[in-house]
Design a protein around this ligand. Structure first.
Ligand SMILES: NC(=O)c1ccc[n+]([C@@H]2O[C@H](COP(=O)([O-])OP(=O)(O)OC[C@H]3O[C@@H](n4cnc5c(N)ncnc54)[C@H](O)[C@@H]3O)[C@@H](O)[C@H]2O)c1
Length: 318
């Protein structure tokens, strides 16, 4: 893990009770920050944050401008993660619009009006849709196939505009598939890895959409958290968008092979219909920009990351 010093800094983390947010909260506290989490507990839970960690929790929504203003005013840095996920967003695009776009606008307006030292906005590689060239670079033209990708890209565009127009020091990171401890398989958009681990552990065949040759770029949570904090505090990141991934492409079938080894059992997946949401054939990110600008690169390979994730999952069950 990188050396990140947040001693005495006040950090607001929206969505800090979710999968990525709770890991970010714990890491920011370890780096010396005084952390405040704003979360409406829509998919997040306070159980995600280890007991005894010293942070302040505010239950509320980013669509509530008064709360957002109050909390941003008190903060030196903001990590804005709160969002409705792709499943919720597909079912209810208006709610997605209100939270993912409206909530982001609230945070940016408060940052503009009250001044902050740095901010990071967590976007998604889903803004690329089906890319023309792999690995996908930040210059690839976005193809917004889902309401979720529209709202995540709109959030980015607002960040750009607030940097250019008002000088708000905000960076944007486009996450690939993040996996690791605290990812809840009960959450419908938790990601394939924790769903597979849960199924295998229960002795049920993991379900693969289609032939399983679809690929993604899987990033271990600790690496993603490091990069997110670096983007939040680095002046070199201001006004910039960064792919956050590993640059390695892994198919669903390959995931099953690694998990079979880790569980030491033969796994026979069940093939079901192709997914109708986020149905992208191949996705792998070019990470040259974040590597050169922020001197960040992933430290945890898929074998080690999966091993840690399985260990965490089994430990949770007790
Ligand atoms: N996990 C991934 O692979 C991935 C990939 C691409 C982008 N992202 C982005 O990363 C961020 C975090 O995702 P995650 O995987 O941790 O998801 P998550 O669902 O676990 O976390 C989101 C958190 O935001 C909270 N939230 C939702 N609406 C809110 C609102 N109106 N006000 C306050 N809090 C609200 C939820 O309760 C939850 O705690 C999101 O912005 C997401 O779009 C994640």
């Amino acid at each position: 893990m990188s050396e990140i010093n947040l001693s005495g800094k006040k950090v607001l983390i929206t969505g800090g009770a979710g999968f990525v947010g709770s890991n970010l909260t714990e890491r920011a506290v370890k780096c010396g920050a005084e952390v405040t989490v704003l979360d409406d507990l829509f998919t997040g839970t306070l159980d995600n944050i280890t007991k005894g960690i010293n942070y302040k929790f505010v239950e509320g929504t980013v669509t509530d401008n008064d709360i957002v203003v109050k909390l941003v005013k008190e903060a030196d840095y903001v990590a804005h993660l709160a969002a409705r996920n792709i499943i919720v967003s597909t079912k209810n695009p208006r709610n997605d619009f209100e939270v993912n776009i409206g909530g982001t606008l609230n945070v940016l307006l408060a940052a503009r009006d009250h001044g902050i030292d740095g901010m990071v906005y967590t976007s998604s590689a889903s803004v690329y849709g089906n890319p023309r060239i792999l690995p996908i670079s930040e210059d690839e033209k976005p193809h917004t196939f889902s309401p979720y990708s529209v709202s995540k890209l709109a959030g980015e565009n607002y960040c750009h505009a607030f940097f250019e127009t008002y000088g708000v020091p905000v960076a944007m990171v486009r996450y690939s598939n993040i996996y690791g401890p605290k990812q809840n398989p009960q959450n419908p958009y938790c990601g394939v890895i924790s769903k597979f681990i849960e199924a295998i552990d229960q002795g049920v065949s993991p379900q693969i959409h289609g032939d399983g040759r679809q690929t993604r770029d899987y990033t271990y949570i600790d690496d993603a958290v490091d990069a997110t904090l670096m983007a939040m505090i680095s002046p070199r990141a201001e006004g910039e968008v960064f792919n956050l991934g590993t640059g390695s492409e892994t198919s669903v079938v390959e995931l099953i092979t690694i998990l079979s080894k880790l569980f030491d059992k033969e796994i026979i997946p069940e093939h079901i219909d192709r997914r109708d949401i986020d149905n992208i054939r191949r996705r792998v990110l070019n990470i040259e920009k974040i590597r050169t600008r922020l001197r960040w690169q992933p430290q945890i390979g898929l074998d080690v990351g999966l091993k840690r994730t399985v260990a965490w999952f089994l430990n949770q069950k007790g």
